[in-house]
Write a protein that binds this ligand. Sequence first.
Ligand SMILES: [Zn+2]
Length: 274
Amino acid sequence: MILGPHLTISNGFLALGKEGLSINANTAQYFSRNPRGSALRKRDEQDEEAFLELAATHSFGPLLCHAPYTYNPASAKPEVRTFAREAMEVDLLRLLPGAMYNFHPGSHVGQGVEVGTEHIVRILDELLPMVPHVKLTLEAMAGKGSEIGSRFEELAAIRKALGNPDNLGICIDTCHLWEAGYDIKENLDGVLDEFEDIVGVKNIWAVHLNDSKNPLGAHKDRHEKIGQGSLGIETFRSVINHPLLKNLPFYLETPNDVEGYGEEIALLRSIADV
Ligand SMILES: [Zn+2]
């Protein structure tokens, strides 16, 4: 099972890789830059090469670079959209080989899903052809506020407007699906059937594993530790062993320090079939 935590990149990629290895992870997610600021780390090629060597030696799955939440490609304000596009472009051109790039579709802030979707599509139409070798993932959201992408139809609409490009997939999130109203606890197969009909399961390229602090359909997006929220450990047993999902990379975004992530990784590996 490819499984890793969300770690900081502030000490470099090699440090991130070693930290992951120390808790039995074989991938990790990190923010491209500080989620509250926009400062960029200076690139360190030696560090990047050392990480890639470590990752190859230990058969790591793809790193997932997560765009900060402050990017809103669906914003009503042109300057906010321009910032999102320019920052994503810089992030994408700096990615390590083999890394994937995950981002939130954004919030339409009252313009409506259709107008917000047009903004997102315009930005992706520029960015996707620039990085044909990079796998980008649109994240399926909880539907907090005016977030776009909490309905499968909204994710499919973005892909379709772009001509279903080869380098744009979906990152599902167990907490977000649940809080968006998709009952993966009692009916995971039914939810995946619905996803297959609307978006296509082959377009799921990454999975965020998070329990939820809230009931089904809450639209709040509050992550909880694995097994300690309303989804419960049996939901995670079903998700990580599901034939359609088990070979995908899984990333934890639970409220944890590194030690806590280590405990979750041990727990999940103990209930994985393989
Ligand atoms: Zn996210």
